[in-house]
Design a protein around this ligand. Structure first.
Ligand code: NI
Length: 173
């Protein structure tokens, strides 16, 4: 168990397209456990492996809907097989790699995702609400896309500048 450093924008590694995982083994589970610790420590509700510098198609999500109850869900090689193209939802998104910045992003309100779980077993999840938003946000990371990439370049650049300042100030502390 370990808390890993989280990359922040504009770190070029965040633009990496992550590679599929071959086998879900103990080494991968170690990474997933570390990602989990890192997410809870931050704290956040989702984390993609590339955010800790590992270019593998792995996510951990815990919406923490019940306070104090941990229920992490692991997604290996997730693939969206369906989205509600007409039913769109708008959510005020944030990201551990774009700290303290929030903006409204439009995404399909529902999606169906196929993936391997913590034990490498194939699973399918029909997601709506915050889970659908979070899954799509995290899956974007696997293709090198941040939520700010869905915004205008003016807004995006402003947020990246703020993050740079923030990270600089934190390092100076
Ligand atoms: Ni994110």
């Amino acid at each position: 168990m370990a808390i890993l450093p989280i990359l922040t924008a504009p770190d070029p590694r965040l633009k990496t397209v992550s590679s599929p995982v071959d086998t879900v083994d103990d080494k991968l589970r170690q990474l997933m456990d570390d990602m989990c610790d890192t997410m809870y420590d931050a704290p956040g509700i989702g984390l993609a492996a590339i955010q800790v510098g590992v270019a593998k198609r792995v996510l951990v999500i815990d919406l923490q809907e019940e306070e104090g109850v941990r229920n992490p869900q692991f997604f290996v090689n997730p693939q969206i097989i369906w989205t509600s193209s007409e039913d769109i939802s708008v959510y005020n998104e944030g990201c551990l790699s774009v700290p303290e910045q929030y903006a409204e992003v439009e995404r399909p309100a529902e999606c169906i995702v196929q993936y391997l779980d913590y034990h490498g077993k194939p699973q399918e999840l029909s997601a709506h609400g915050l889970m659908a938003t979070c899954l799509q946000h995290e899956m974007d990371h696997l293709d090198g896309i941040l939520f700010v990439d869905h915004l205008s370049s003016i807004k995006r650049n402003m947020m990246i500048r703020k993050v740079k300042k923030l990270v600089k100030a934190r390092t100076a502390e």
